[in-house]
Design a protein around this ligand. Sequence first.
Ligand code: OTU
Length: 584
Amino acid sequence: MIELACDAVLARLEPLYRDHRNWPAERAAIARLIEQARTERNADLRALDRIRLANPDWFNAASMVGYSLYVDRFAGNLTGLMDRLDWLGHLGVRMLHPLPMTPGQAGDSDGGFAVADYCAVAPALGTIDEVGELTRKLHARGMVLAVDCVLNHCARDHPWAQAALGGDPDKREYFHVIEDRAIVDRREAELIDIFPETAPGNFTWEPELNASVWTSFYPFQWDLNWSNPAVFREMLAVLLFWANLGIDAFRLDSAPFLWKREGTNCRNLPETHQIVAGLRAALDIAAPGTILIAEAIERTADVLGYLEPADGGRACQMAYHNGLMAGIWYALARQDVRPAARLVADSALGRRDIAWLTYLRCHDDIIWSALGPLVEADELARIPAFFAGEGESFARGARFQVQAAALPNTVGTMASLLGGADSAALARYALMMTTLLALPGVPMLYMGDEIALENARADQAFADARWLNRPWMDWNLVDGPQNDRNFAARNRFFEVTRSLLALRAGLPMLDATAPAHVLGDADGLLLLERGEGTQRLLLAANFATMPRDIPDLSGWETMVAITGETRMTTILPAGTAVWYLSHE
Ligand code: OTU
């Protein structure tokens, strides 16, 4: 009976694990785990599952807008976060994504992405019970909670790694421990360096093991060995634990790296897609109302594999559209919207139960390489310099992970990349947000962008320049003093955000999966039609430094612009964007 229900899961895993000596035992353990989680799921969550199963596109409504935050930097702890739910609701946010809340590696934990305990909450932030309370509070408001599941690696402090260091042979097999230096060198030559400045190389020598450990990211982040079925079982148990606490969505951190195979760059391998599909199949039995979000910062063609697996099955419901994100910033820097337009056209999805996750900024750097196939190399090479503020540039960001012969990435907060919090930056913000919120996908905002938080002062403790774009929330800029000039400037960013989100929530043609057609991409003017029939919207976004004519406005009857202008304009000033609505 148990085996029968789990057949779909086991069938996905069979090709990956059938040759592993522990597979028969692990197979049975995985089936038991799923069945146990299914029976333990509480009545409220089952009721939610039923509603969502009847509406498999439940997360695609135009009102679904995410907000990514650090619990400590946003509100101190989970109690503080719960106190701010009214404010977040007022802003128009419906999905919260707190960055890792789990206990991390002592000292530098890569912002919590080196997880020392997958099923606990860092004591400084609160308790597991408070996370449960948060999910119930959110659900009561029609909101949802997304958390990270860091699949690729755990902290060196994690008991599994500690046991391996202590000589436990089973736990040693949870990792890629390589004794032969020649093998390490051979593999290294096939891989890219993710943090060449702060963590060069993909392997770390561990004297206690007399061997190297695979560490794609920081040396204290040990890659898990997903070719061991015990690792699949352990990580599935983590997902099921949080799912039954009430978590609605999981951000699968560094999803591309799970499976390693000699002779490849070990990213986006078909086996990795199978693992993700296996996790999805297990959730479909035990917690079917949950969704998976792929965090795969790769070229669009490679990201599509997480949403639309080659076999037509289910994997992730959402994936970060990092290419489109980079394309919008590129448009701002170069007054050229063609790469972004091309990416919209190339990433149309064929189903309504999957969607892109669209965004402009997050806690990480902007990686430009997804634009590689669309932009000439020398043209793309100008972009990091532009956002670092060199030459004729308003931007105040910085380069990240500079490596000879490779394109640097970019760091900096939204406001800093837009030039600050003055009127010119505000106009750029309105252009960017009016564009983002009309793109196909579920938009995710990043903490502090709505009040134009600028770069944090470099944190002495950590060399990693991404901390520039992880400032502490400044509630003085939200709560007043209201007559303060600085408050007034920031509040204009908040009002732009809030009013655009409120407008969007009422426009069904901005559902994440409503059709999208690029009608124009010449001369810095992006014309994008959303929806169909009587429910249509036209985004006109002028990234050029000159006014542009909108060629044909027949059929479009109202105009909404964040400037408050409602007369139908056929000439769009430089650096502005509007939405036209049809009323047939
Ligand atoms: C993610 O990002 C997180 O968002 C980062 O904050 C972490 O440092 C990292 O994982 C390790 O846990 O390299 O620059 O294709 O590019 O997972 C961001 C995916 C990253 C990776 C992505 C990673």
